[in-house]
Design a protein around this ligand. Structure first.
Ligand SMILES: [Ca+2]
Length: 250
């Protein structure tokens, strides 16, 4: 027997039924808003970059959302100096990912990395040597592993990038197996995938069978390596109205 203050769930009085209906609507509304916000975050193209990187001799990583004059670069918090392979794990929604790289003009020069890029629309491997990477010369050489202020590198790149012409990278040997070497200079790097290929910019100014990787040479460094995430990643986007989601590829 129910007490006077207890009401069977299937016998709600009119006022209680109304309040319950309002509660259900509010909960449904909040869930719907959460879903829309999640889809919006995905539509904005947020992506995660993970992997390892090394450069013979030094690299800093940045992002930017456009390449117009007055652009600014954001630090990705990644700095590597040969022979160390640095872990990479950051999230951004900027369109472009950049690596400033330079050698010490001695022995060998190259960039090796095994980035995996995860977005709302899938997973892409952007290892060094992939045609996804483009490069341009910066024509202002820097001493290898001199670790200049990151902000100075960012501003120097921002001044140059709007007028740079990016070209295909020069592709070299793979990260070699244990106890093997590449060009007699680079041994096995256990942190980086064996599918990653050493890459650099070929200035055309060095001759030899292993150019532009070996022997040491300044190939119009520093170099700017670039990934265009907008071109790479099909992004589900455009939530035009509730319940009407279109997946388009930009
Ligand atoms: Ca070197």
């Amino acid at each position: 027997m129910l007490s006077p203050r207890q009401v069977a769930p299937d016998r709600l009085p009119a006022a209680s039924t109304g309040r319950a209906r309002d509660t259900r609507r509010r909960v449904a509304g909040r869930i719907g808003l959460l879903i829309v916000l999640t889809l919006f975050a995905s539509a904005c193209g947020a992506y995660e970059v993970t992997g390892h990187i090394t450069c013979d001799n030094e690299t800093f990583m940045f992002t930017a959302n456009g390449e117009s004059p007055g652009m600014q670069l954001q630090s990705a918090g990644v700095h590597a100096c040969w022979p160390h392979a640095e872990a990479v794990n950051f999230t951004s929604s900027d369109r472009f990912l950049y690596l400033a790289c330079w050698s010490d003009d001695y022995a060998a020069q190259g960039l090796l990395l095994d980035f995996t890029i995860t977005s709302g629309s899938g997973v892409i491997q952007a290892f060094s040597g992939s045609p996804l990477w483009k490069v341009a010369p910066g024509d202002s050489n820097i001493s290898g592993c001199s670790t200049p202020p990151e902000a100075d590198i960012a501003s120097a790149m921002a001044r140059r990038i709007p007028t740079l012409s990016f070209v295909d990278v020069a592709v070299g040997c793979a990260n070699p197996p244990v106890n093997a070497d590449c060009y007699g200079r680079w041994g096995h790097l256990p942190e980086i995938s064996p599918a990653a290929l050493w890459m650099w910019f070929d200035s055309g100014q060095q001759t030899g069978p292993n150019a532009p990787f070996e022997p040491g040479f300044n190939h119009r460094e520093f170099l700017v390596f670039r990934l265009d995430l907008l071109a790479m990643l099909p992004v589900p986007t455009r939530t035009t109205s509730w319940g009407r989601l279109k997946a388009i590829y930009r």
